[in-house]
Design a protein around this ligand. Structure first.
Ligand SMILES: C[S@@+](CC[C@H](N)C(=O)[O-])C[C@H]1O[C@@H](n2cnc3c(N)ncnc32)[C@H](O)[C@@H]1O
Length: 249
């Protein structure tokens, strides 16, 4: 296995068993949904980059409609299926193991596209371009994207993200990307930093502690990188974070 693939495997192992694989919050998701117009009856909904499916199960429960849940990790999808069974939601979950960048679905077949903490894998612009043709006319997309909250980005923040995610940019620039991909921005809402800690970093830190004595050097470097990311967020979490872009096709 290539070094990069081993790194991804270690990341998946570290995140298995956690409720979330990225920052998010159920109350905040409810707040986001309160901002969108009613969906058509039997809405066609997709959760792209679903991980172990916190968003998928939230949407299934909310809309009582089938959710297409896409991820390239079989391990995450299996965990999602188990969780759906435990909650009696398995008939509402269609787990699809594939690359989010090559969804061969019928054009204009999605009424609500949901994607939390995952679009960056294609870059925000890349994801919008790939997913826009799937959107039903006037369909709604809710996509969270790591964004700068200021154009005066402090140097340590710029240096870190320039290396980790060079395509990161401001909400203004992302809004321009949305327009040029054929979406209309309806609203942009910032995930509170408290949600990062309570729902993501704190449980992740506990999981990292359980690997403290692991001899796996790749796992140790994933842990070191994650600790660095946490320290940056501790100091500068008011200057960047996840913005939820609500968009209409
Ligand atoms: C940060 S996690 C977010 C997971 C989930 N949405 C959440 O909020 O807990 C990103 C997810 O995207 C998936 N992913 C990354 N690249 C992908 C790709 N090219 N195709 C499909 N899934 C991908 C990862 O396996 C992971 O589950």
């Amino acid at each position: 296995m290539e070094e990069h693939d081993k790194y991804i495997q270690a990341l998946i192992e570290l995140h298995l068993g956690l409720e979330r694989q990225g920052p998010g919050d159920t109350n905040f998701s409810n707040h986001i949904l309160s901002k969108i117009k009613p969906l058509p009856a039997n809405p066609r909904i997709a959760d792209i980059g679903c991980g172990t499916g916190v968003g998928t199960l939230f949407l299934a429960d909310k809309f009582k409609s089938k959710i297409r849940a896409v991820d390239f990790s079989r391990a995450f999808l299996d965990e999602l299926i188990n969780r759906a069974k435990q909650r009696g939601l398995e008939d509402l979950v269609e787990a699809i193991e594939c690359d989010m960048g090559s969804l061969d679905w019928k054009p204009e077949s999605i009424d609500l596209l949901w994607s939390e903490g995952a679009a960056y894998n294609l870059t925000f612009k890349g994801a919008l371009d790939a997913w826009r043709p799937l959107m039903a006319s006037n369909g709604i997309a809710v996509i969270s994207e790591l964004s700068y909250f200021t154009s005066e980005v402090p140097e340590p923040v710029r240096a870190y993200w320039q290396n980790a995610y060079p395509a990161i940019t401001t909400e203004l620039e992302n809004s321009k990307h949305a327009n040029s991909s054929g979406f209309k921005i309806l609203g942009i809402h910032r995930l509170p930093s408290k949600a990062w800690w309570e729902n993501y970093y704190d449980p992740l830190r506990e999981k990292m502690n359980s690997f403290k004595h692991s001899k796996d050097t790749i796992m140790q470097s994933v842990i070191k990188d994650t600790e660095k990311e946490m320290r940056l967020f501790e100091r500068h979490g008011d200057q960047y974070g996840y913005s939820y872009y609500i968009m209409e096709a």
